[in-house]
Ligand binder design. Structure first.
Ligand code: FAD
Length: 474
């Protein structure tokens, strides 16, 4: 075996194109490709049900791309890596940086252990356009507001590097038989709920590149305005591919170059910028998933109401666009960004349930569930984040529906029991005259729930709760 043999440890970089750590390893010599299922993952970092299903498909695709040489292991990585290194005369281990605080802690310990055993460790940035540590204000402190972070910090820093070549045709060390099988990772649920969920998705690097290609041909041309309409095909739907690293943000950033009008390209890139900002906030606030960034929210009078939480989770709140979003999530593992904001606002403001409930449910149900994006977005919607939506900005689900789903296509798709209601009452069926409901086949409280809260009253209560925070501060 060559003295330059290395291990590339795949984590959230399940691709062969533009993979900095993998590329560097393959340039040095033959590579043992490894994916390891962790033990001892903190409970709030365990991969949710939807994510596990995606991961299974993605690993299968990666293995095919690696000519069936992917070695799968489970247990404790700190014992697996030295064992494989000894057996295969490995001199170096490569991996790409992950943003989750537990990973960062584990990486530091592992690096120390491996280096003490004479194995060199090479950690690359394969998941973000910029490294969080390279972006700071002029006074050296971290940004807390998105626009200056992105416009001043990121766009004035080094331009995102161009994608690196495909490494899939490299010399692989075949240790596949050392490990376990993909089925041994038990990622697929015994009940078959995942099959309908995956319809329309194509996990794996090939699927990611196809999706990117489709987006650069179509969606990007209408992105800036079109991205607000959940029934329109103008968003990229790249988020699970980006989360699992089947596609790098650099590939997405450069693929849109000159593909559309500057306003659409800039807007799409700025959304990638929000992804950077979330990781940046997590880098500077490792407790982002657990602690309000604005500590005054520690005193916020949240409600505890398990019935309301269940109604929200199941899409049975009686507020049609909220129910449509929650059912989209449950059925497809995805929810359009506009609707994520509407359902999020309804949970934390109208129901006044703690944002942590929303974060946890999304973590379990989203195919793109991502520690940094999910925590930062929930803090943003709750008003307690760094550059958050002001608490008093409470989304009105009726006007949001009328504005962003005017013909009701999205809401009717996921709430079919209301499909015969005229548009004028689709988002507020409780205000429809009895005859209109009857003609649409809707019996409130029977075929579709009454609203679980009064929108106007709950809005006023939320504002009063927020004002009480300000008064206490005085
Ligand atoms: P596009 O509009 O095509 O955007 C392109 C890419 O930019 C996305 O794939 C994503 O990687 C990134 N992006 C877009 N918007 C945001 C944003 N606001 N914050 C961070 N990155 C963004 N996104 C996740 O990837 N994982 C999550 O767990 C997650 N949880 C969220 C929870 C809430 C309450 C809210 C309001 C938003 C959340 N988002 C999350 C952000 C956003 O809704 C999704 O990234 C987006 O809807 C994915 O669809 P897309 O790929 O078509 O997005």
């Amino acid at each position: 075996m060559s003295q330059h043999s290395s291990i590339h440890w795949f984590r959230q970089d399940l691709r062969c194109n533009d993979n900095p750590a993998l590329y560097a390893a393959t340039q040095a010599g033959p590579v043992l490709p490894l994916y390891h299922q962790e033990e001892n993952v903190p409970s709030t970092d365990q991969i949710g049900g939807a994510g596990q299903v995606w991961l299974h498909q993605s690993l299968s695709a990666l293995n095919t791309n690696l000519d069936n040489k992917l070695c799968l292991t489970k247990g404790l990585i700190e014992s697996i890596l030295p064992k494989l290194a000894e057996q295969y005369h490995i001199k170096s281990v490569y991996w790409n940086h992950c943003s989750e605080p537990w990973r960062i802690k584990q990486d530091a310990q592992l690096k120390q252990t491996l280096e003490a055993n004479g194995i060199s460790v090479h950690i690359h940035n394969g998941s973000y356009l910029w490294s969080a540590s390279e972006i700071n204000k002029d006074d050296g402190t971290p940004y807390r507001v998105f626009t200056p972070f992105y416009r001043k910090g990121c766009l004035n820093a080094t331009s995102p590097r161009k994608p690196l070549p495909d490494a899939s045709q490299s010399a692989w060390i075949n240790a596949a038989t050392e490990g376990c099988t993909l089925d041994d990772l038990c990622l697929i649920p015994k009940q078959n709920w995942h099959k309908p969920m995956l319809k329309g998705w194509n996990p794996g690097e090939k699927g990611a590149l196809q999706q990117l290609n489709q987006f650069t041909e179509n969606g990007i041309h209408h992105y800036k305005e079109g991205r607000n309409f959940p029934s329109q095909p103008y968003v990229s739907r790249l988020s699970p591919h980006l989360h699992w690293g089947e596609l790098s943000p650099n590939q997405a950033w450069h693929a849109v170059e000159e593909k559309a009008a500057a306003k659409d390209i800039d807007h799409f890139r700025s959304e990638l910028g929000w992804r950077e900002f979330s990781a940046y906030l997590l880098h500077h606030n490792p407790n982002l998933q657990h602690t309000n960034l604005q500590s005054k929210f520690d005193r916020f009078p949240w409600n505890e109401n398990p019935e309301h939480l269940t109604a929200w989770q199941r899409g049975k709140t009686g507020i049609p666009i909220v129910d449509a979003g929650m059912r989209e999530l449950y059925q497809t593992g995805y929810m359009h960004n506009r609707v994520r904001m509407i359902v999020g606002s309804f949970l934390v403001k109208n129901l006044r349930l703690h944002w942590k409930h929303g974060e946890a449910w999304f973590r379990d149900c989203l195919l793109d569930a991502d520690h940094a994006n999910n925590s930062a977005s929930w803090q943003w919607i709750a008003g307690c984040g760094a550059d958050a939506a002001p608490y008093f900005r409470i989304f009105n689900p009726i006007s949001q529906g009328n504005k962003f789903d005017a013909d009701g296509t999205y809401t009717r798709r996921f709430v079919p029991e209301l499909s015969h209601l005229p548009n004028a009452f689709l988002f507020n069926p409780w205000e429809a005259p009895a005859l209109v409901l009857q003609e649409a086949g809707v019996a409130l409280g029977e075929t579709y729930p009454h609203p679980i809260v009064d929108l106007k009253q709950s809005r006023e209560e939320a504002l009063a709760a927020f004002t009480s925070l300000k008064d206490q501060a005085k």
